[in-house]
Design a protein around this ligand. Structure first.
Ligand code: NAD
Length: 433
């Protein structure tokens, strides 16, 4: 199939590359010329394992190209995928500015019949809005569809090529059939629905996963107070197939570009139809508070944090990505600075993005976990990068000012920490208060 992908971010770029990998002709469009120029030069603007090799391979095979020119991309395609951002507005509602602009741009570029499918996460009713915008700006026939995206950053290529399900929503049966055939090489588990249900499936899925995280975090907080171990509790719960073991890792809460924004957007979607989504409001509230546990544990160990040197291990919202959007590290570091702490921060790939977002000259940016830990009074582990569990503990203890580690992701082994004389605190495990 000939496909144009509008928006070459985490979703658009990975989707475009993977559709080319399974034999389609894909043109990726972005209105950010810097991104397009980078991609044309063979540079990848985001960190995503395996992405660069697939770009090189499919560009060389002539199935994948990048452009700034939406007109030629739309005119040379049968299917147009919308993958632009839908950030949160201050009230939590999804900002549809980019979707609306892209819909108008597509309409004005159209030269014949097209399928316009939205991969961006959009509130229920948005595809109907897109349809309205296109019909008032184009004389050509078209159909719309919703194909919500479920990839996880850090394993986006694997997730896209091996999805556990594909959801396709459209009110047109021929469109459903064409899009079903497009996805069949990836999986036979394809759920076809009406437009509104597809849009809702995405929000309901993310809200449910966020609920699991806040739930296990509250269980962890109780475990600390009653002397239970949340990792054993989660293990014991997870074997029950009705519960499942994923998303039961206690920690400092969820971040990233999706869960915080999508939970707030769903609360707004409900509010707009006079429904008070009490459960989800609590999930969001629990998540907001959970990250401050790191600060409380630090204070319990060090007292005042004024002029204390704190090493931050991990800035990205999760490992294997350089995405720092809504990462817990942003608020935690800000609060530490407010309390007068001196920050030495390290992340394997996300430092540059973090520096662009949190432009604070007092932070010392380090090139390794060890460099960040040098002469520090404590380490706060905020992202569970594997390399943090491989650090030589004897050496680490020797270079720190005080042997204090607050492990916000339960990555490290408490027994090893104890054996190496660290004051080690994690989330919801014994000796964790
Ligand atoms: P992103 O911000 O990384 O990328 C969006 C891209 O769209 C940017 O490069 C931007 O320059 C471009 N763009 C905006 N307006 C444009 C226009 N008119 N024409 C051409 N390009 C335009 O966003 P993302 O993380 O890829 O997310 C995209 C959507 O997918 C969002 O709705 C998000 O909620 C959803 N989603 C994201 C993920 C994820 O893990 N990142 C997962 C599932 C769903």
């Amino acid at each position: 199939m000939k496909i144009a992908v509008i928006g070459t971010g985490y979703v658009g770029l990975v989707s475009g590359v993977c559709f080319s990998e399974i034999g389609n002709e894909v043109i990726c469009v972005d209105n950010n010329p810097i991104k397009v120029e980078m991609l044309e030069r063979g540079e990848v603007p985001i960190y995503e394992p395996g992405l660069d090799e697939l770009i090189i391979k499919n560009k060389a095979a002539g199935r994948l190209s990048f452009t700034f020119d939406i007109n030629s991309a739309v005119q040379n395609s049968d299917l147009v995928l919308l993958a632009v951002g839908t950030p949160a507005q201050p009230n939590g509602e999804a900002d549809l500015r980019f979707i609306k602009q892209a819909a108008i741009d597509i309409a004005q570029a159209m030269n014949g019949s097209k399928i316009i499918a939205t991969k961006s996460t959009v509130p229920v009713g948005t595809n109907e809005l897109v349809s309205g915008l296109i019909s008032s700006n184009s004389i050509h026939s078209f159909t719309v569809a919703s194909i919500p995206e479920f990839l996880r950053e850090g394993s986006a290529i694997y997730d896209t090529l091996n999805p556990n399900r594909i959801v396709i929503g459209s009110n047109d049966s021929e469109t459903l059939q064409i899009l079903r055939e497009l996805h069949l090489p990836l999986t036979s588990n394809i759920i076809t629905t009406d437009l509104r249900s597809a849009e809702m499936i995405k929000y309901a899925s993310n809200a449910f996963l966020a609920t699991k995280i806040s739930f296990i975090n509250e269980i962890a907080n109780i475990c600390e107070r009653v002397g239970a171990d949340v990792t054993r509790v989660a293990e014991g719960m997870g074997y029950d197939h009705r519960i499942g073991s994923s998303f039961l890792q206690a920690g400092i809460g969820y971040g990233g570009s999706c869960f915080p924004k999508d939970t707030n957007a769903l609360i707004q979607i409900a509010d707009n139809v006079d429904y008070n989504f009490k459960l989800l409001k609590s999930v969001v509230e629990v998540n907001k508070e959970q990250k401050y546990i790191v600060i409380r544990k630090l204070q319990a160990e060090l007292g005042s944090l004024f002029q204390k040197k704190i090493a931050i291990w991990g800035l990205a919202f999760k490992p294997n990505t350089d995405d720092i959007r809504d990462a817990p590290a942003i608020e935690i570091i800000q609060e530490l600075i407010n309390q007068g702490a001196e920050i030495q921060a390290y992340d394997p790939v996300a430092t540059q993005n973090f520096m662009n977002e949190v432009n604070n000259t007092s932070i010392i940016w380090c090139n390794s976990a060890i460099e960040a830990a040098e002469k520090s009074d404590a380490i706060c582990l905020l992202t569970e990068w594997n390399e943090f569990s491989e650090v030589n503990l004897e050496y680490l203890g020797a270079i720190m000012n005080q042997r204090v580690i607050i492990d916000g992701r339960n990555l490290l082994d408490p027994t090893k920490m104890k054996d190496n004389l660290f004051n080690y605190h994690s989330i919801g495990r014994p000796n964790s208060i």
